[in-house]
Design a protein around this ligand. Structure first.
Ligand code: HEM
Length: 528
């Protein structure tokens, strides 16, 4: 009896929700002229279809509904922009109207409703201060360049000293990027063997590749215990306490020192942040968390694309050596004299797509985007991946080809938008661009014989327990490796790259293990 009553109650509720949803759709669509899009279920919309590889799903829907489509994720109305023109129209032409961040439970808990990437506090103040201090402390006075060069020297020494032993390039690159950020923010760096720092960086990166759509769009999930939620919260508090300790240390040191990093610059202006250290912790976290995975991911994809394309690496090497020889470090200013290197880095950004869907924005007033009136409160997502892989814009978009940016092709450079565009575009982009340019070119300069040698490709195997175990024998062909890479390229999965340095210097490296996702590929390099 009770069961029958419950069932009919559930049926009635579903019916009611469906009717309300239908009425809502008719009213909203009539009033606002929303973009077309796929139909979803009441209350959950199409969120279950977006639990992984969401950028691909969006790309597929855009082929049916057009570059701008709308979709319900949970009860949230989301408009997805899938081409450069659509993104430009929303983020540049109506910049101030599409400048907020959606109010998400997950971000709320993660940031204590503070920091740059949030809706709640006055993000403009923190963002302005962050950009100002990055400019003053690291870009203008060449401080950043010195920091990156010093870290590259440590990296070089580390690789040389590891002769004969495998190195996890992923961890090393996290360390390099983490150290540069920590030096810029708190004047502190860590040894590559420091397990605590290593684990923290790896966890920060793991979080960045975790799909949180269910937690974001179905707030009910927030109340259900899950390993994802536990991981998310414990990591946030770990990073907060790491940063809090640094700030306390800096506050004491600042008493008898001149300000020399970004935290110092925040500390000497107490009016901006008040006495509550939480504001400062969140401001610093806004640099630390978004900066690690993105910059390291781009560097790692870059190394991999170069390993797969030795002729491109060779051309970059010749250009670099032509400008500064084999020893002297490049400066950021040298970019103007290195058109092919510049084209290669643009192509790495276009293909790497480390944040394929950018960071969601929120429309703060009814706004016209691409001829559609989008209601206040709508979430807007830029599918950066779809823009970078748009077949109408790029010929053979899945091929890694820096030549597309040479000669007249350089005019297309503005269409490569890994940092997004407009009022909320990435405030760390100057830092990231300098890191990527200086580290990538140094690796090329010091590894002129870097060359995959597929005849010696012996092993592709699972990195983590419980996943498929693949083995490729010595007969593995270039084509097989390329197909695996293409698969990973599409899925945007986490990547593992391991290098082996046989003897002597980095310039004479003989082998590189490139391990991607849960797959390890052994590549060899060195002249045949
Ligand atoms: C290759 C490296 C990087 C890429 C591809 C990248 C990409 C992005 C993208 C696409 C956004 C969203 C922008 C928008 O909504 O329009 C963003 C936001 C952000 N990024 Fe980056 N980023 C990188 C490195 C960094 C670094 C090094 C930092 C810090 C030092 C940083 C800090 C931030 C912050 C704080 C935001 C939020 C800005 C706001 O809400 O106003 N990013 N980034």
């Amino acid at each position: 009896m009770a069961v029958a009553f419950l069932l009919s109650l559930v049926q009635t509720l579903i019916l009611l929700a469906s009717c309300l949803y239908f009425v809502y759709k008719v009213v909203v669509h009539r009033r606002y002229n929303l973009p077309p899009g796929p139909q979803g279920w009441p209350l959950i919309g199409l969120v279950l279809q977006c639990c992984e590889h969401t950028h691909l799903k969006f790309h597929k829907w855009s082929q049916t509904y057009g570059d701008v489509f709308s979709v319900k994720l949970g009860v949230q109305l989301v408009v997805v922009l899938n081409s450069y023109d659509a993104i430009r129209d929303a983020f540049l032409h109506t910049s101030t109207k599409v400048a907020d961040r959606p109010k998400q439970w997950i971000i709320s808990r993660a940031t204590n409703q503070k920091g740059v990437a949030t809706l709640w506090n006055d993000w403009k103040v923190t963002r302005k201060h962050m950009i100002k201090s990055v400019n003053e402390y690291v870009v203008k006075n060449e401080g950043m360049e010195k920091i990156v060069k010093a870290e590259c020297d440590v990296l070089e020494k580390y690789i040389t000293n590891s002769a004969g032993k495998p190195i996890s390039l992923r961890h090393v690159i996290y360390n390099v990027v983490g150290n540069i950020l920590c030096t810029v923010v708190f004047s502190k760096r860590y040894n590559y063997c420091n397990d605590n720092f290593r684990t923290l960086l790896a966890r920060v990166s793991e979080k960045a590749v975790t799909n949180t759509n269910l937690l974001t769009f179905l707030p009910l999930f927030w109340y259900i215990p899950s390993s994802k939620k536990r991981f998310f919260l414990s990591l946030e508090s770990e990073v907060s306490s790491f940063i809090r300790d640094m700030i306390i240390e800096r506050r004491q040191q600042l008493l008898d020192k001149e300000p020399e990093n970004i935290i110092d610059s925040f500390l000497i202006e107490p009016d901006t942040y008040g006495d509550d250290i939480t504001n400062l912790v969140e401001a610093a976290k806004s640099m630390f968390i978004p900066g690690i995975h993105t910059t390291s991911g781009t560097l790692l994809w870059g190394i991999l694309y170069l390993a797969m394309n030795p002729e491109i690496q060779e051309k970059c090497y010749s250009e670099i050596v032509g400008v500064v020889g084999i020893e002297q470090h490049l400066t950021f200013q040298n970019r103007g004299n290195l058109p092919y290197v510049e084209a290669t880095i643009l192509e790495i950004h276009r293909c790497a797509n480390v944040i394929p869907l950018g960071v969601p924005r929120l429309v703060n007033t009814d706004t016209n985007i691409n001829g559609h009136i989008i209601p206040k409160g709508t979430t807007v997502i830029a599918n950066i991946w779809a823009n970078h892989m748009n077949e109408k814009k790029w010929s053979n978009p899945y091929k890694f080809n820096p030549d597309r940016f040479m000669g007249d092709g350089i005019a297309n450079k503005n269409h490569v938008i890994p940092f997004s565009i407009g009022l909320r575009a990435c405030p760390g982009q100057d830092l990231a661009k300098m890191d990527i340019f200086l580290i990538t070119t140094r690796l090329i300069q010091k590894s002129q014989t870097f060359r995959p040698h597929y005849k010696k490709l012996v092993d592709i195997r699972s990195m983590y327990g419980g996943r498929p175990f693949l083995t490729l024998t010595a007969t593995a062909t270039n084509d097989i490796v390329n197909r695996i890479l293409m698969h990973l390229h599409f899925k945007r999965t986490a990547m593992e790259v391991v290098a082996v340095v046989p003897d002597r210097s980095i310039a004479q490296c003989g082998a590189v293990y490139a391990a991607l996702c849960n797959v390890v590929i052994l590549l060899c390099r060195g002249k045949d």
